[in-house]
Design a protein around this ligand. Structure first.
Ligand SMILES: O=C(O)C(=O)C[C@]1(C(=O)O)C=C[C@@H](O)C=C1
Length: 94
């Protein structure tokens, strides 16, 4: 159906943009991980995460999204970042 195809094309394009931004975010957090390793900082920063959570929820509400859903999505992303930082911290330098 032509009507549906047009909408699906837009969805695919939005999904691609989300993935590009996600990849960019992981590149930035990789740099954060290197700094944390250099200064022997903890992978998790609870204060920073609490501030981010407040911001995510406010942004979600401003965009008429479910704050719990947005929080959940970012929690998954941040969990992956923390796990990468932990691996990086125990990986010997080349
Ligand atoms: O800002 C940091 O300290 C990060 O390591 C990045 C990040 C994030 O992905 O946003 C990940 C883990 C921290 O607990 C807080 C935030």
């Amino acid at each position: 159906m032509h009507e549906l195809d047009g909408l699906r094309t837009r969805i695919d394009s939005i999904d691609e943009q989300i993935i590009q931004l996600l990849a960019e975010r992981f590149r930035v957090t990789e740099d954060v991980g290197l700094i944390k390793k250099r200064y022997q900082l903890q992978a998790v920063d609870p204060q920073r995460e609490a501030a981010q959570a407040e911001n995510f929820r406010a942004l979600a509400r401003a965009h008429q999204l479910n704050p719990d859903l947005v929080q959940h999505i970012f929690s998954c992303v941040i969990q992956e970042v923390v796990s990468r930082h932990r691996i990086l911290s125990i990986t010997p330098e080349k």
